[in-house]
Structures are given as structure tokens and as C-alpha cells.
Write a protein that binds this ligand. Structure first.
Ligand SMILES: *Cc1c(COP(=O)(O)O)cnc(C)c1O
Length: 376
């Protein structure tokens, strides 16, 4: 940062984690997976996405996601370009019939709600907010046909275990961008469980992926058949038709498809969601345990059941600057631990995604102790 010098503190190398990436998105991509992509530098990358080689990789990704998320009978895995932000626009055109209800408890849930509120073809959405570091309650709202909320609010480190509202004709549309693969959930609680691969899935950005229920498919088909204008790249019916052929409407990032498919395969080979989410839970136990024992740090999210197991937000006493800790960590190769700017707290935000070794989370706590000692 201009004008502010980072204190010259060298963390002893035997304390450092093997991998210093603790960001909340993009997140650590496993070097093993990147090397296996390099092994396919000439027979996969740079080949047509309409031919079998790439379509088989898309199929591997779709099947792997279905297995990982324990996709219920009749649910399908669909995908397209534009990341989760692109999916919000797809949903605005192709899932919301007239009016949606949103739980807004951070940057991402808030952005989706704001986008819907600006859509001229929809009624003004119902938006329920809560204080940062909490989530609002979920209850039925009259005249609503879609309920939207994040499974994990990445900006504040608050999680919300998906549940169904007692409103049989409405769809539950859940933003799982930083949750999918890292948090347990009941898949039957979701009609649409959507995400992008650069967070809990430890791949790269640019795609959206969604697990959709029969009711969601029916909704997509009904709206697509109506006289609503839908831009083709945001048309979920076109995405559905292409996904069923293991394709995307336009060219996807082939590297992203590969990295996502292989990382999901790595999760599944090791035991699936219970294994991958278990790794995040183990890191969370280590990191929150450290914060609770610390004299200068404490978990930001007070209600334990809302405290995210994939993104930890840790507050620091005024006596010590979280930004300085973050800068010192970065100078030592431990990156992206900064808090979410708009929250404006003296806070670190630390990714605990399944690809991160819990032993590295443990090492991070030792590095934090070292830096805090040196700064005190
Ligand atoms: C990162 C994130 C998004 C946005 O994802 P993009 O792929 O960058 O569009 C949306 N929702 C949540 C919960 C996120 O963490």
C-alpha cells in the first residue's frame, strides 16, 4: 500500500504452510491437477469443444458433480459461461416468473437481489436483510415464486444450511458458489443449487454449473416457451439443451472444465462430499479453535451454527492491525487473507476450502502467532 511500509518480519521457514494460498476466491488450485492439464497440452487444450474429447470431459464434470452432490432422481447438472454472476442474469430471465424473495446478508446475496430489482419484466422483489455476521430467517412470503439465498455468504463468512420453505409452487434457488463441495447439505432442499468452479471446487473461473430439479426444469421450459424476450447466452433452456449433449451454447474455457472435472474426481475418489466437506470442517475447527484461544483474535460470526466452515472471518483487537498482519503474511508467501473491504472491520478472511490441507491451516495458525508476537 502506498506510503505504508510492511514491517520486516521473516516467518521461520519451518513454520510456513506447504502452500500459502488462503484466499476466498479464486482459491488454491492443486498443482497436481495443473500438471495433469499440462500432460494434455496437445490432445485436449486447443481442440474443438464440439468433438468427443471435450464432450467427454464435460460429461465427466457433469457426472462427477452429480455424484459429489448426491443429485436426487430426476435432477440434472447443467452449465454455461459467465460464472455465478452470469447465472444471476440467467435466473432473472429464466427462473423468476414474477416475483422473488431474497435473503441478503452480504455482498453476493445483495448483488443478486439488486440485479433482480432492476429488471423491468419482474415485480419488485421482496428482500430481507440482516446485520453483517448473521443471516435473516427464511419464511414463506405471499405471491413469491422463487426463494433465493446463499448457502455460504463469502463476504462475511456466514453459512445458511439449505431448507425448503413451505410454499409448494415456489423454487428454492441457492447460491452455492463458495459452498458446493465444501459444505454438507440436503440436496432435496434445493431446486437450483448453482456455483462457479473457482471457490470450493478449487478450479478456475468463468463457468456456472447448476444442479436443477424437475420443478426447475419445468419452470425453465415454461418461461422459455412464453413470449418473454431472453438473450440467447442467458437462456437456460438453451443451456439445458446443450448440457444434455455435454456441450455449452458458446465456447467454454477448456482448462476450467478440465480442472473442475479432475478436482471433483479427486473429491469423489476419496469418499465424496463427506470427505471433502470433512476437510473444510477440520480446518475450521483448527482456525476457530485458535481464534477462541487467542488473546487478540475472535471469530466475527457470533452464532456458532451460522459460522462458515469454508470461509473464516476473524476479528482482531484494535491494538493490532489485521491489515498489517495480512501484509506481513503476504511478504512471506501467505496470500489473500485480507478481510472484505466493504465490511470495514479489523478483520482477516481465510479460505478453508477442501483443497487446502488441514495441516496447512494448522501451520497458518503458527505463522499468525509468530507475526502477532513480533508485532506486539
Ligand atoms: C464469488 C461469488 C459469486 C460470484 O462468482 P463469479 O463466478 O465471480 O461471478 C457469487 N456468489 C457467491 C456466494 C460468491 O462467493
Amino acid at each position: 500500500m502506498a506510503g505504508v511500509r510492511t514491517p520486516d518480519i521473516t516467518i521461520p521457514s519451518d513454520l510456513l504452510p506447504a502452500d500459502g494460498r488462503f484466499g476466498s476466491g479464486p482459491t488454491k488450485v492443486r498443482p497436481e491437477i495443473v500438471r495433469s492439464l499440462a500432460d494434455h497440452a496437445t490432445d485436449y487444450l486447443g481442440t474443438s469443444h464440439r468433438q468427443l474429447t471435450v464432450r467427454l470431459m464435460v460429461a465427466e464434470l457433469r457426472n462427477g458433480i452429480a455424484e459429489l452432490l448426491r443429485s436426487p432422481d430426476g435432477y440434472e447438472i447443467i452449465l454455461g459461461n459467465g460464472g455465478s454472476t452470469g447465472f444471476w442474469d440467467c435466473a432473472t430471465f429464466g427462473l423468476i416468473e414474477r416475483r422473488s424473495h431474497h435473503l441478503s446478508f452480504g455482498e453476493f446475496g445483495g448483488k443478486f437481489a439488486a440485479g433482480v430489482a432492476a429488471a423491468p419484466h419482474l415485480d419488485t422483489p421482496s428482500i430481507l436483510e440482516s446485520d453483517p455476521g448473521t443471516h435473516p430467517p427464511l419464511a414463506a412470503v405471499d405471491g413469491v415464486d422463487v426463494y433465493c439465498y446463499p448457502h455460504n455468504e463469502t463476504s462475511t463468512g456466514v453459512m445458511f444450511d439449505p431448507v425448503r420453505v413451505d410454499d409448494p409452487d415456489a423454487l428454492m434457488v441457492i447460491d452455492a458458489t463458495s459452498a458446493a463441495g465444501g459444505l454438507h447439505f440436503d440436496p432435496t432442499a434445493a431446486d437450483v443449487y448453482y456455483f462457479a468452479p473457482q471457490k470450493a471446487l478449487a478450479a478456475d473461473g468463468g463457468l456456472w454449473i447448476a444442479m436443477v430439479s424437475p420443478a426447475a426444469i419445468e419452470r425453465i421450459e415454461r418461461i422459455a416457451a412464453s413470449d418473454r424476450w431472453i438473450p440467447p447466452s442467458l437462456d437456460l433452456k438453451i443451456a439445458l439443451d446443450n448440457s444434455r449433449k455435454d456441450q455449452t451454447y458458446n465456447t467454454p474455457a477448456l482448462a476450467t472444465v478440465f480442472l473442475a472435472a479432475k478436482t471433483v474426481g479427486w473429491f469423489n475418489d476419496n469418499g465424496g462430499l463427506s470427505w471433502s466437506a470433512g476437510r473444510s470442517a477440520r480446518s475450521a475447527e483448527i482456525l476457530y479453535g485458535w481464534a477462541e484461544r487467542s488473546e487478540v483474535a475472535s471469530p466475527f460470526v457470533q452464532i456458532e451454527s451460522q459460522r462458515s466452515l469454508v470461509v473464516a472471518t476473524i476479528d482482531f483487537d484494535e491494538a493490532i492491525s489485521a491489515d498489517t498482519i495480512c501484509d506481513v503474511l503476504r511478504a512471506n508467501g501467505i496470500v489473500d487473507t485480507n478481510g472484505y473491504r466493504k465490511l470495514g472491520r479489523n478483520q482477516l478472511r481465510i479460505g478453508m476450502f477442501p483443497a487446502i490441507e488441514p495441516s496447512d491451516t494448522e501451520a497458518l495458525t503458527r505463522c499468525l502467532d509468530h507475526v502477532i508476537d513480533a508485532l506486539s
